[in-house]
Design a protein around this ligand. Structure first.
Ligand SMILES: [Zn+2]
Length: 295
């Protein structure tokens, strides 16, 4: 369930790179949600992007929700990440059918469609959350995210994401990188970076060649050097709990809980992210009404 993220700056401190390896995390998502190969590829990219973005935040308590609303087979993917590398994800179509590009790769852009939205919610645990939204460009997720960064956060980036499946349709590798162009970046650095990126293979091809995260970072920053290197752990985990589900029930209000008791005599709540089911019997529900009327 664990993954790894490395981050570094160029020697001249003009650009920053984040590289994540999320193979086991995407495999966990595949098993948890019984994902088809098509769905694994799409949600794996989404989950990887969210885990990197969570770690890009400087605000400790921030919770980042990354949503892709598609228009073809895949209508919704959601990943939630925090600043400690914890990520969880789900999607509305776990069994999307495989479609392929002309090169014979799973066609994530085709499954998601070009007509959707990318929504990023940054919740700082107080005041109103920041919500940024842009139209999808290709549905490939990486391109869509680069477009989001420039349009919604005025932050130029380069993004690459990839998920490679084994013959048995398990996750063989998953990962990605995001390069952040800082405001004072010189023309020289940009030209070097562009030339490095344009010559690079796709994320899955890099993994297939056997490159690790450091080697990928070195390729992206060839001629620029790597400095201030830091390594972090990532994990695919759900933070749901009985207490949180109780709070959600309390939030429904007395009338709604009474209606549930009268109609069902009990409540069952399933967490979207991990499929854990929480059961509440009649007396537990009655106790929740008491909390509600007390507050
Ligand atoms: Zn859960």
């Amino acid at each position: 369930m664990k993954g790894k993220l490395i981050t570094a700056m160029s020697n001249n401190r003009e650009v920053r790179i984040y590289v994540a390896e999320t193979t086991e995390m995407v495999e966990s998502a595949r098993v948890t949600h019984d994902l088809s190969p098509m769905s694994t590829s799409a949600l794996g990219r989404t989950l990887t992007a969210a885990s990197i973005m969570g770690m890009m935040s400087k605000i400790d308590k921030e919770k980042l929700t990354f949503q892709v609303k598609g228009s073809n087979q895949i209508k919704l993917m959601v990943a939630v990440a925090d600043t400690h590398g914890r990520v969880k994800a789900y999607m509305s179509e776990p069994q999307a059918e495989s479609i392929y590009t002309e090169e014979g790769r799973l066609d994530v852009g085709g499954a998601v469609g070009k007509e959707g939205q990318l929504i990023v919610i940054r919740d700082y645990g107080m005041k109103e959350p920041f919500i940024g939204q842009t139209s999808l460009v290709s549905g490939e997720i990486a391109e869509d995210l680069a477009q989001y960064f420039i349009q919604s956060e005025q932050q130029p980036t380069a993004v690459s994401l990839g998920v490679k499946l084994s013959k048995a349709a398990h996750v063989a590798f998953a990962g990605g990188f995001i390069v952040q162009i800082l405001p004072e970046t010189s023309e020289e650095t940009l030209t070097q970076l562009e030339s490095n990126l344009s010559g690079m293979a796709s994320m899955t091809a890099l993994f297939e060649e056997g490159l690790d995260m450091m080697q990928i970072a070195n390729q992206v920053f060839a001629g620029l050097g790597l400095d201030a290197l830091e390594t972090y752990e990532l994990a695919y985990v759900c933070d749901c709990s009985r207490e949180k589900m109780e709070m959600a029930l309390v939030g429904l209000g007395e009338k709604e809980i009474t209606a549930i008791i009268e109609e069902e005599g009990k409540a069952e709540i399933t967490c979207h992210f991990c499929n854990s089911t929480y059961h509440f019997n009649q007396s537990e529900l009655l106790a929740l009404i008491k909390i509600n009327t007390m507050s």
